[in-house]
Design a binder for this molecule. Sequence first.
Ligand SMILES: [Zn+2]
Length: 172
Amino acid sequence: MIRPILIHPDPRLKKVVDPVSDITDELRAVADDMLETMYDAPGIGLAGPQIGLMSRLIVLDCVKEEGAAPRPLIMFNPEIIASSDEKSVYEEGCLSIPEQYAEVTRPAEVTVTWMDRDGNAREDSFDGLWATCVQHEIDHLNGKLFIDYLSPMKRQMMTRKSQKLKRERARA
Ligand SMILES: [Zn+2]
């Protein structure tokens, strides 16, 4: 089932959300919905708060090559346990801030721990687009958006544009 995605500004996108203590069938179904919603958008990552789920759950799939096998990841309680000193810059976007993009500098490589769909503890390192995406999604769980890395002026401009788009969509 495709879920509606919250558009910035929304107070739910500014909250630090709670860890998942028990991976229930209901939460597994939400995670599957989130992947479906992300692929449909289309996007490469989606975090719980973006659909109003105030729990530490993100999904991502940064495989971009045409015809390549998808690699969907479901992460409950993801945590960055190590970040490289080396940085990388990507032009980021966000399904909650549609049609707007800006360059953000982040660690080029991160090591992340999480629980998978079956509740198994997992750990992996990510680089390239995967590293940017997983950091962007984990930020969502801490009420942080990619525009928070930009200058106040740029952030206000993008917020106003997003607000306008949100009003237009509400009217449509
Ligand atoms: Zn986002």
